[in-house]
Structure formats: structure tokens, C-alpha cells
Design a protein around this ligand. Structure first.
Ligand code: COA
Length: 389
């Protein structure tokens, strides 16, 4: 039986900052970000946007025109959770009006957790092909103003519907995993911004890629030349370039040419370059970017690499379905990227520094541009969400 992606969409905040603005503020050359990191714009959430509203908007888009009564499980992947106990997915379940006989849970392992969700979903659907699983990956990457990580922030959500009707992509059974206890990136409960050893995280990412690939091979995976494209976790798009050259060297014992790297990666990097890091959703935003922007990929096999600091990594693969384009809202995705408002540095830092009081007293988020759902504020320690007109 084939199991895979029946629907796939994303949502990003309605505001962004150009990395030229950050560069000017820091007296640095924009080339460091545009070329060195491969990043041009960073999506910035307004105070009335959070992981719940972004995920609900992504899901509403993915489920448009779909029959939702067979969604039996909702898995919410995030490392930007809004509550230590309640799963963010319950708010989304309610905002979308999904059927009540549904298991809902939140998953965490840095940028990797949506991939764990995906593997759980594949097993659940294989066990009962009548059920569908909705995976939501939603995150806000925060490193802090004026830190080394600041240019690699971002925000957004991806929604994936997994079923036995894989109209977009069927996943292959083999996958390769790797885990190692490392402190490359983490966020203690008392901090709002991540702590990161940036250079070390790049090294560990590359090590984990090699280990996961070797495990994928040992588990009967496809060989390098059987893939026409590769998608990597994208903390910044230049990371995919580093990763792919590293994997190519491991496999071929010689460097891949610039043309080979470009042919394998290029279209998958476009959206990430204009959005920034979306942690758990990054790999899947890259997959959407590839499917939306490459010419016909039907029948082709894609290699996918997921990495979450700390760290857990997984290499897996899938085959693109015939007529997959008809099941993607590529025009809607491009529109979403295009229809955004640019922020200057002051407006960006105001959004960044906005906080609700921690005593739970009534506090409104204010009205900014959002999608179909917004976070209106906090009252009596409870988060209040609403549909926009
Ligand atoms: N034009 C073109 N390239 C330039 C440049 C310019 N004017 N100035 C610098 N660069 C290049 C550098 O040579 C470097 O390229 P390299 O990676 O090939 O060496 C790149 O831009 C980045 O510059 P660097 O000085 O290394 O940046 P940094 O010290 O600010 O740190 C990160 C970069 C990624 C470590 C930092 O942004 C970070 O900590 N990010 C968060 C963690 C993260 O995303 N980790 C990824 C794994 S999960």
C-alpha cells in the first residue's frame, strides 16, 4: 500500500524584514547574508500571530475542499510552544472545527519533530488506511536582537495531510536515523531566545547527515544517483549547499560540481531564502518550494534530510505522484510570499520586543495583518484565538 502526502501547504506572517536592513544596522555588507548565508528576507510575526494562528492558517489552506471527517490524529510539531501542558494542536482543532474523535498531541525535538510526526503518521495510516493524519509544523525562530543568530530568524508553518491517497508524494519505506547528545542549540524553559553554538551546530549537522545517510544505506535505501533532487533542513539556505557537497564527497570521494549542486537543490531553496528559518517546518517549506518551482517532477525520487539540534537526524525519501501539480496551490503560495509588508528596523524590533504580562492579567495583542485566524490576547492566563472577518 502507498502512503504519503495527500495535501501540503504553508503559511507565513504578513510582515518581513530585508536582511539588507539588518546588515546596514550592523555596519556589515549585505553580501554576508545574501551570499554567505543565502538569505534575503526574514518573515516576522506581528504580536497577534503565534504558532497556533500560523498552523491554523496553513491547515485551512491545505484542507480547502477536503473531506476532514477521516482525520483521526493531529500531530503538532513545534519548539515554540505556547503552553507547557496543553497541546497547541487542540486550539487548531477547535479553530478548524475538526471532528471530535481525534487524538491530538504536541511533539518536540528542535527542528526534527515534524519528521518524527511524519513517521508516526505513515505507521498509523498503514495500520488503518481509512484514517488520515494531519501534521502541523509551526515555529518562530528567535535568537535575539544583535546576536550572531539574528539574521537566521524566521517564522511560519507547514500543514501536511498524510493518507493512503498520496496525490502529491509517496514515501519510501527505508529511512536512516542518528541521535547524539550534543549542546549545539537549546532553549531552557526560562529563556525566550535560543542559545546556540552556531559554528558547532553546522559541524554537527554535517556529521549527523553522514551518519543518517550511512544508516539509510544500511537499511536498504536508494543510492545517491537514484535521486534527482534533494531537500535539506534549512536553518539558512547556504546550509543545504554545504550539506549537499558534504554528502556528495562522502558518496563519490570527490567534489560535486557547482552545476550538480545547483541542479539538485536550486528550486527547493527559493521560499526559504525569503522566509528564513522556520525550525520544524523548514525542510517541508523547502519541499513545497521544490514542488512549486521545478518543472515536472512526476515519478522522480527525492532525498530528504531532517535535522534537529540536540540532536536527532533522519534521511528518508519519496517519489513524486503523477499530476501532483493539480493538488498544490502553487499560485496561492507565491501570492502569500508576495503580499507581505516590509518592516524597517524599528518596527521589527517593536514586534520582537512585544510581551504580554506574565501575571495573566488581561492584555490585548493589537490588530495587525494576519490570515484567517488571529491571537487576540491573554485573559486570566488563557490565550484567546479568533477568526478574522
Ligand atoms: N560576501 C559574501 N560572503 C560573505 C561575506 C560577504 N561580504 N561576509 C562573510 N561571508 C560569508 C563567510 O565567509 C561565511 O561563509 P562560510 O560559511 O563559507 O565560511 C558566511 O558568510 C557566514 O559568515 P560567518 O562569519 O561565518 O557568520 P557568523 O559568524 O555570523 O555565523 C552562523 C553564521 C550560521 C553560525 C550564525 O548565523 C548562527 O549562529 N546561526 C544560528 C545557528 C544555525 O543556524 N545553525 C545551523 C545548523 S542547525
Amino acid at each position: 500500500m502507498r502512503v504519503g502526502l495527500e495535501a501540503l501547504s504553508f503559511y507565513i506572517p504578513r510582515y518581513y524584514i530585508d536582511l539588507k536592513t539588518i546588515a546596514a544596522r550592523r555596519n556589515e555588507e549585505a553580501g554576508k547574508y545574501y551570499i554567505g548565508l543565502g538569505q534575503e528576507k526574514m518573515a516576522i510575526p506581528a504580536p497577534d500571530e503565534d504558532v497556533v494562528t500560523m498552523a491554523a492558517n496553513a491547515a485551512a489552506q491545505a484542507l480547502q475542499g477536503k473531506e476532514t471527517s477521516s482525520i483521526s490524529t493531529l500531530l503538532f510539531a513545534t519548539e515554540s510552544g505556547v503552553d507547557q501542558s496543553k497541546a497547541a494542536g487542540i486550539y487548531v482543532h477547535s479553530l478548524l472545527g475538526l471532528q471530535p474523535n481525534c487524538r491530538v498531541v504536541e511533539l518536540k525535538q528542535a527542528c526534527y519533530s515534524a519528521t518524527a510526526g511524519l513517521q508516526l503518521a505513515l505507521a498509523l495510516v498503514a495500520q488503518n488506511p481509512k484514517q488520515k493524519v494531519l501534521i502541523l509544523a509551526s515555529d518562530i525562530a528567535r535568537y535575539g536582537l544583535n546576536t550572531a543568530g539574528e539574521p537566521t530568524q524566521g517564522a511560519g508553518a507547514v500543514a501536511m495531510l498524510i493518507s493512503s491517497q498520496p496525490d502529491i508524494l509517496t514515501f519510501d519505506p527505508a529511512s536512516g536515523t542518528y541521535v547524539e547528545d550534543v549542546m549545539d542549540f537549546w532553549r531552557p524553559n526560562y529563556l525566550e531566545e535560543a542559545l546556540v553554538d552556531g559554528k558547532y551546530s553546522v559541524k554537527i549537522y554535517l556529521k549527523a547527515l553522514a551518519e543518517a545517510w550511512n544508516n539509510y544505506q544500511a537499511n536498504g535505501g536508494f543510492s545517491f544517483h537514484e535521486f534527482t533532487r534533494f531537500c535539506y533542513h534549512l536553518p539558512f539556505t547556504r546550509m543545504a549547499d554545504k550539506a549537499h557537497r558534504h554528502l556528495g564527497k562522502l558518496v563519490h570521494e570527490q567534489d560535486l560540481s557547482d552545476e550538480q549542486v545547483k541542479a539538485h537543490l536550486e528550486e527547493g531553496l527559493r521560499y526559504g531564502r525569503s522566509v528564513g528559518n522556520v525550525y520544524s517546518a523548514s525542510l517541508y517549506l523547502g519541499l513545497i518550494s521544490l514542488l512549486d518551482n521545478a518543472s515536472d517532477l512526476a515519478g522522480q525520487r527525492l532525498g530528504l534530510f531532517s535535522y534537529g539540534s540536540g540532536c536527532v537526524a533522519e534521511f528518508f525519501s519519496g517519489v513524486v505522484a503523477e499530476n501532483y501539480q493539480q493538488h498544490l496551490d502553487s499560485e496561492g503560495h507565491r501570492q502569500l510570499l508576495h503580499d507581505r509588508e516590509e518592516l524597517d528596523y524599528e518596527a521589527y524590533s517593536r514586534f520582537f520586543l512585544f510581551h504580554h504580562p506574565v501575571d495573566g492579567s488581561e492584555s490585548l495583542a493589537g490588530h495587525f495583518k494576519t490570515g484567517k485566524f488571529r491571537f487576540s490576547g491573554v485573559n486570566n492566563h488563557q490565550r484567546i484565538y479568533e477568526k478574522t472577518a
